[in-house]
Design a protein around this ligand. Structure first.
Ligand SMILES: [Zn+2]
Ligand SMILES: [Zn+2]
Length: 798
């Protein structure tokens, strides 16, 4: 759908929805009793009333979709942005050799019903929740909205700044998602350039605001140092990007590598293709992100705790300021361009106090169901903080979009997390999932996965997992040999049409995946693979062998990327004759929950669980690593002596039939006293550094600057903090909390130039410390040798 005829096809889409609505209505007889149960739907019991509610929800969805469609038809800017979004995705898929890609129905419904908020800033107190089974193109759905918002804002006058923030709950972002989102933004920028008479301003760009490790450090200079050798000369070949290594614009069969290039003038690292020369603006360090305010900011939830330590974060939320005349990017009002000692440059230019309308409109939360309990409460306060700052700089709220793997408890979770209402897209089919009348999803023939639950008798489930791996490998080798020798009898034995189909089938199961609850178990697979699996394969099957890779939370981004590339390459380069010659070397993956989020590979279809994961939602996530496109085969080895495993073993069928319902409702309490105590210091510091600094047009981060605050400032700060919490009648007196902290800062013996949050931390007062992430404040334990033992050790060394 790259051209104008995309619009008539949307009319057809809406009409089709309306037809289904009629079917849903007609299938309910007028004399049903609302509170009675209807016949079981997809193995579940629901009342007629619930079914009617689902029809109402479907009606609402049609209305929302129509509003979006009418905007496209009636507003030429919306239409332009929509067509260019379409063109972006068309090119994106075309480059991957998929010219026939089409939007899926739920993606269109989601997209159309969300654009009103971007265009008219309406319904910002409603969170759109996108809920589909994992593996179904939900990322593309929200990427499409992000690209639309970027185009729309450019055509309506915004020339730079952030359009969308995307948040992930985990430290480890999905490497595949990083690659996809980078590729899409690069394609979008190509389109923007092509039509730069209507989409003015700076190039579309992408920033990663995620962590503090080597890949994503705080300072530009830390990314830069990887580009130079010890003698401070540029390395002869620039390093290849770890985010996106192959150029998404080069043709598929001759792709250039994307390398990191130092842009000395802009004090930033840019991505550049070594073949077509395309330059892409993808930022990895915090400082570059603040200075270049990328169109899309991909972040972790935890990273936003930085609002209480770092006064430049407000640049991402529409804060006042101006561009450095020397071309270094954005400077917050009253601040210096760059003055950090370790930073590579010093620039004394000062940001002007100018309003610039560069705030984001979209805030997208991936895997929202993981924001629960303490993590959820603290995140809720920071959500309030982010939104209050955006409201302050822009006079509008954010449109929140959330992805959730479950709808169980979602209403309460949204209320607590965002203080907003919610709207589910596409919503459940009123006639049950898998019904022939399901508008959005088709029931596939046959099962998606076959899951076996097993309990080992005499050995532990670790040994059982290894044995399973062995037998699996033996089966694959034997099958391949049979197929090589006599394809006809192989095909008739397994009821397969022809030898190429048979080969394709084997190829789907070449890479086994094992899942472990404990990191150590994953490592142990690697240590024991020879003894249990490899040695036997070697002696019995022409020297076949096993060489697994371990992926855990310890794995770096690079390891994960390599792991993913290895799987693809293995299957692509697989030679069926190898089993007859020198033997097949299996490359299984031994993993922990790190693979559950975003390792999306159609090549993985056989999985072994060593024990049941601790939470049902994690189990669902992990399960959906296999069986994405092909039939997934799963063996779940329960722990023989754990109560929970035993209970699930006994109720195996029932448990699996109601998996989604088993996901526990998500307890979050936005206004719990302990939660408030945990974050009040962060809100206080962020309020001064990011809110008052912006309001007053100058940075406030030192003791002396806090001393200068007027009583009106104090009042405004109290008001600001109350607003971030979003509820009245809190179990905490914010006015007192503010005054206590201000007194602590200005009355102590600290130097006037001291960074004020440090004064609070040093005070030793409970709850006078900032959150460093969203996990709650814990007392830090310092483990070191005591001085006497240290002296003894020194003695011995001599
Ligand atoms: Zn290229
Ligand atoms: Zn500068």
């Amino acid at each position: 759908m790259s051209s104008e005829n995309a619009i008539p096809s949307l009319d057809g889409f809406v009409n089709e929805m309306k037809k289904y609505l009629e079917i849903y209505k007609n299938n309910i007889s007028p004399d049903i009793i609302e509170n009675e149960f209807q016949p079981r739907v997809a193995g579940r019991e629901i009342t007629w009333k619930e079914r009617k509610d689902l029809i109402k929800q479907f009606t609402d969805l049609i209305n929302q979709v129509e509003i979006g469609l009418n905007l496209i038809k009636s507003n030429s800017n919306v239409k332009e942005a929509f067509l260019k979004t379409n063109e972006t995705f068309y090119n994106y898929y075309l480059n991957q050799g998929k010219p026939d890609s089409r939007w899926r129905l739920f993606q269109i419904a989601f997209f159309l019903s969300s654009i009103k908020s971007v265009v008219e800033k309406k319904d910002l107190d409603i969170v759109n929740v996108l809920h589909v089974d994992t593996g179904g193109g939900k990322s593309e759905a929200y990427f499409a909205l992000v690209v639309f918002a970027s185009f729309y804002e450019r055509i309506t006058g915004k020339e730079e700044g952030v359009s969308a923030i995307v948040k992930f709950p985990l430290r480890m972002l999905s490497i595949q998602q990083l690659e996809r989102v980078s590729s899409i933004i690069i394609h979008a920028e190509e389109i923007r350039k092509k039509y730069n008479d209507i989409f003015k301003g700076s190039p579309f760009s992408l920033g990663y605001y995620v962590g503090s490790d080597d890949e994503f450090p705080d300072l530009y200079i830390k990314v830069r140092k990887n580009l130079y050798d010890e003698t401070k000369n540029l390395k002869s070949s620039a390093p290849i990007s770890k985010i996106i290594s192959k150029c998404p614009l080069c043709p598929q069969d001759s792709k250039g590598n994307i390398r990191l290039i130092d842009d000395e003038k802009g004090k930033r690292i840019i991505h550049k293709c070594d073949k077509c020369g395309g330059e892409y603006y993808i930022y990895q360090s915090d400082r570059e992100v603040f200075r270049w305010r990328p169109t899309v900011v991909v972040s972790t939830v935890d990273k936003w705790a930085g609002l209480s330590q770092q006064r430049r974060v407000r640049s991402l939320l529409g804060g006042n300021g101006s561009m450095c005349p020397k071309g270094h990017g954005f400077i917050p009002s009253g601040d210096k361009c760059e003055d950090k000692d370790e930073e590579y440059f010093e620039c004394e230019n000062i940001g002007e106090n100018k309003k610039n309308h560069t705030e984001p409109i979209l805030s997208i939360q991936d895997e929202m169901h993981l924001l629960r309990e303490g993590f959820g409460t603290i995140s809720a306060h920071f959500e309030g903080l982010i939104e209050t700052i955006v409201e302050e700089t822009s006079n509008h709220k954010l449109k929140h979009i959330a992805m959730s793997a479950t709808l169980n408890g979602t209403k309460k979770q949204i209320e607590e997390l965002y203080n907003k209402k919610y709207f589910v897209i596409p919503g459940r089919c009123p006639e049950g999932a898998g019904s022939p009348n399901d508008f959005f999803f088709e029931k596939k023939e046959g099962p998606k996965r076959i899951i076996y639950g097993l309990k080992p008798n005499l050995r532990d489930n670790h040994y059982a997992s290894l044995r399973t791996l062995l037998h699996f490998a033996e089966f694959i080798i034997r099958s391949q040999k049979e197929l090589n020798i006599d394809s006809n009898s192989f095909c008739s034995k397994y009821d397969i049409i022809g030898s190429s189909e048979a080969q394709e089938l084997i190829n789907q199961y070449l890479i086994p995946l094992t899942y472990h609850i404990k990191k150590q178990d994953a490592y142990d697979m690697g240590h024991l693979e020879d003894a249990v699996v490899g040695d036997r394969l070697k002696t019995h099957f022409n020297g076949s062998y096993v060489k697994g890779a371990v992926l855990t939370g310890d794995s770096s981004l690079d390891d994960l990327k390599k792991g993913i590339d290895r799987v693809r390459e293995f299957v692509n380069n697989y030679d069926p004759k190898i089993v007859d010659k020198e033997g097949l070397i299996f490359e299984p993956i031994y993993a922990t929950s790190v693979v559950s989020h975003g390792v999306d590979l159609n090549e993985l279809n056989f999985m072994i669980f060593q024990g049941l994961p601790y939470s049902t939602s994690e189990y669902i996530q992990a399960l959906s690593r296999v069986g994405r496109k092909n039939l997934g085969i799963v063996l779940l080895w329960f722990y023989p002596n754990r109560v929970r495993d035993d209970s699930f073993y006994r109720n195996f069928d029932r448990y699996h039939n109601s998996l989604d319902h088993e996901v526990r409702p998500i307890p979050i309490n936005r206004s719990s006293r302990l939660g408030l105590q945990q974050t009040i210091n962060s809100m206080f510091c962020a309020g001064i550094m990011n809110y008052l600094s912006n309001k007053n047009g100058r940075p406030i981060y030192l003791k002396s600057q806090v001393r200068e605050l007027t009583s009106k400032d104090h009042e405004e700060l109290v008001e600001f903090i109350s607003k971030t919490y979003g509820k009245t009648g809190l179990d905490l007196n914010i006015h007192d909390e503010v005054e206590k902290r201000i007194n602590q800062i200005i009355n102590g013996n600290d130097k006037e130039k001291e960074f004020f949050p440090n004064i609070l931390t040093k005070s030793g007062e409970p709850f006078f410390r900032n959150q460093s992430g969203m996990r709650g404040i814990q007392k830090q334990l310092v483990l070191e040798l005591n001085p006497r033992d240290e002296a003894m050790l020194k003695q011995k060394e001599k």
